[in-house]
Design a protein around this ligand. Structure first.
Ligand SMILES: [Fe+2]
Ligand SMILES: [Fe+2]
Length: 234
């Protein structure tokens, strides 16, 4: 009798645990999706598509894994990296959509998308949003200290910012813009390599190169999707 009651209790606990786990996963998934959709609003305003954000998340994850970051950091990097340009939401249309021929003053306003983005996450206690703040603030810093907005140098630039810098530039190089054609995969890899120790952290570049084949698969997969959409299939 006691044994069967114990069994019943155990079965109920087990069921409750799985229900709670499922509910937690659903909340986590919706949270991640909301963040991604939030990041998309900035991309759409900038005339971009969501595939850039997917690639940034994937490239950053590959680099972070190769560098041996803990699982929680990888997860935060994955979900926060698409928000690197969220500050562009606050940049006036006249400047954001101008693209070429920006005056020095306009360029300075544009550069502020870093701090404007960081301001959006200011005061958050969420590790994910804290990561988003760091990335937003530092993804245009350069390893040699000539980047913006703070002009940080070397390892003074937070690692998340150093990783997203490589992912973002590599993706910009391999993407078509109204003012330029897309570089080929190998050509863009060579640019990343040549910027090791200048624009980029050599350790991050090393990790990027070690994951080259996986990065190529990510690049290829979304390029295929973009082509599919461009051909009017969707
Ligand atoms: Fe940016
Ligand atoms: Fe970007």
């Amino acid at each position: 009798m006691i044994k069967s009651r114990d069994f019943e209790y155990e079965a109920r606990t087990h069921k409750t645990y799985h229900e709670l786990k499922k509910a937690y996963q659903e909340v986590k998934d919706s949270y991640a999706e909301m963040i991604f959709r939030f990041a998309l609003t900035a991309e759409y305003r900038d005339g971009m598509t969501g595939t850039h954000l997917v690639r940034i998340a994937d490239y950053s994850t590959e680099i972070g894994q190769e560098l041996g970051l803990p699982g929680k950091d990888i997860e935060n990097l994955r979900y926060a990296s698409p928000m690197h340009d969220i500050g562009k939401l606050i940049i006036p249309d006249a400047i954001l959509k101008k693209k070429i021929g920006l005056t020095l003053k306009e360029r300075d306003v544009m550069k502020k998308h870093t701090t404007l983005g960081a301001d959006i996450f200011k005061g958050s206690r969420s590790p994910l949003l804290k990561t988003a703040k760091i990335i937003s603030l530092t993804h245009h810093e350069r390893y040699d200290g000539t980047g913006y907005l703070q002009g940080l140098k070397g390892k003074d630039i937070p690692l998340f910012g150093r990783i997203v810098a490589v992912a973002d530039v590599f993706d910009a190089l391999t993407s078509k813009r109204p003012y330029k054609e897309a570089s080929g995969f190998e050509e863009a890899v060579e640019v990343v390599k040549s910027e090791s120790g200048k624009q980029f952290d050599p350790d991050v570049v090393k990790a990027f190169l070690k994951r080259k084949e996986k990065i190529k698969r990510i690049w290829q997969a979304t390029k295929d999707i973009e082509l599919f959409v461009a051909e009017g299939n969707i």
